[in-house]
Design a protein around this ligand. Structure first.
Ligand code: BGC
Length: 461
């Protein structure tokens, strides 16, 4: 394929030698082949009427399970150095513990072998939200036991793949999983517990710590990936500033402070006014924070957009309100999802992490960044997606600036290689560099695919 795409001639952003270039996907969003593994909470959630916008499921998705050789060939064409994918816990352990599904292990073996043969580093995430249904039935992330099971699962996969996989990501976006899955109920497992979801944060972090111990004992590098957002108050009023701090605490600090500093942030904005306690206090045990402190060798950061915060209205259940970005900045472009496109937010985020954590901040990998836009192949098979090219270009420039400002960033993974199952939005949001026709599974690289290929080549000089 030889299509070449014009890009704004502002000079190429520069990246350090050895910088890793990747794409990311997740098991439930791309694999399909659900009948060849144990059930996950997303299988069940998709069956609930009205939960997925287009009524779809992950049953076939992109059929990556069968078509990964074709997908790896496209990664080769991109010139990638790494592929971030996730292992479906119920594919290797159908119940989450006990009996092993060797067919599932074999699949990841073949995928990892294909990547290694192509000179692409496999970077697996152990958990991208597809909890085995059996573990959910036993309490899911509200139960401490799930964290212990996760440590056993980590041991199984590191024993099997550790000879070829040096770098591992334990969890994907524990904030989003807690908030959407357990607080608001818009993702699996569909629980709407509001602040009673806070124990989910601790049990996920503990699971990470258990896995980190196993992985490090085997000599591996360990990351945890969170969705991070720079939070700004909409004005300088003290209530607004306090609301922004409360949101920042919940979204960012709740997950990063224990990992990097060994302590939870001040959660008083979320405490019961009578007892001064939060539901998190019920589940923390002696030794937990010591196990968390310093348990990452590098931090995975997923960045999509910044957040504006305002003071809550009287009687609101949460200590913040999240006004619509475009009400305040109507000129900001939006993605197909309606998310504001703010590349400078990535620079602001990274420099604020540097300032907040200082020497406690380990090297960073941007483990997801991307955008959804509709777009179909034209009569010549061309998928023109100039908005995605502009999005990627802007974010790579912001990233290069953050690196120039001293943030130690080691890699960038575009989300996503393929259009895929976008959770509650089903197949209605297309994030891929490659268009997927879900009726035929035909893959058509978009113009952004060729742009990214050329950007990687330029960055490598
Ligand atoms: C998730 C992906 C998701 C993407 C776009 C991230 O929150 O890790 O699974 O597809 O954002 O919504």
């Amino acid at each position: 394929m030889s299509l070449s795409v014009e890009y704004p001639d502002q000079g190429s952003p520069s990246f350090p030698p050895g910088f890793q270039w990747g794409v990311a996907t997740a098991s439930f969003q791309v694999e399909g082949a659900t009948q060849e593994r144990g059930a996950s909470i997303w299988d069940s959630f998709c069956r609930l009427p009205g939960r997925i916008l287009d009524g779809s499921s992950g049953q076939v998705a992109c059929d990556h399970y069968h078509r990964f050789p074709e997908d790896v060939a496209m990664m080769v064409e991109l010139g990638l150095s790494a592929y971030r994918f996730s292992i479906a816990w119920p594919r290797v352990l159908p119940l989450g513990y006990g009996r092993v599904n060797t067919v599932g292990l074999d699949f990841y073996d073949r995928l990892i072998d294909a990547l290694c043969a192509a000179g692409i580093q496999p970077v697996p995430t152990l958990y991208h939200w597809d909890l085995p249904q059996a573990l959910s039935d036993a309490g899911g992330w509200l139960s401490r036991d799930t964290a212990e099971r996760f440590g056993d699962y980590a041991r199984l996969v590191v024993d099997r793949f550790g000879d070829r996989v040096p770098r591992w990501i334990t969890l994907n976006e524990p904030f989003v999983h807690m908030a959407f899955g357990y607080a608001f109920g818009v993702h699996a497992p569909g629980q709407a517990l509001m602040l009673d979801a806070l124990p989910v944060a601790h049990h996920q972090l503990l699971a990470h710590a258990r896995a980190s111990e196993v992985l490090r004992a085997a000599g591996h590098e360990v990351l945890l990936t969170n969705n991070c957002t720079p939070v700004s108050p909409v004005d300088d009023a003290p209530d607004t500033v306090a609301a922004a701090a409360a949101y920042d605490t919940l979204h960012n600090r709740l997950f990063l402070d224990p990992l990097l500093l060994g302590e939870y942030p001040d959660l008083s904005a979320y405490a019961d006014p009578e007892t001064g306690r939060t539901p998190l206090d019920r589940v923390i045990r002696d030794g937990d924070l010591a196990a968390l402190r310093g348990s990452v060798d590098a931090l995975g950061v997923n960045y999509y957009n910044p957040t504006l915060a305002a003071a809550p209205a009287p009687g609101d259940a949460l200590p913040f309100a999240l006004p619509d970005y475009t009400e305040l900045f109507p000129e900001t472009p939006l993605t197909g999802f309606g998310w504001p496109v703010v590349p400078d937010g990535l620079h602001a985020l990274l420099t604020s992490l540097r300032d907040r954590y200082g020497p406690a901040l380990p090297p960073v990998h941007i483990t997801e960044n991307g955008c959804s836009y509709p777009g179909e192949p034209d009569a010549n098979g061309v998928v023109a997606d100039p908005d995605r090219v502009a999005y990627l270009d802007g974010h790579l420039r912001a990233l290069a600036e953050a690196i120039a400002d001293g943030v130690d960033v080691r890699g960038y993974y575009a989300w996503s290689l393929l259009d895929n199952f976008e959770w509650a939005q089903g197949y209605t949001q297309r994030f891929g560099l490659v268009h997927v026709d879900f009726a035929t599974q035909a893959r058509t690289p978009k113009e952004s695919f060729f742009w990214y290929r050329d950007a990687i080549a330029r960055a490598r000089g």
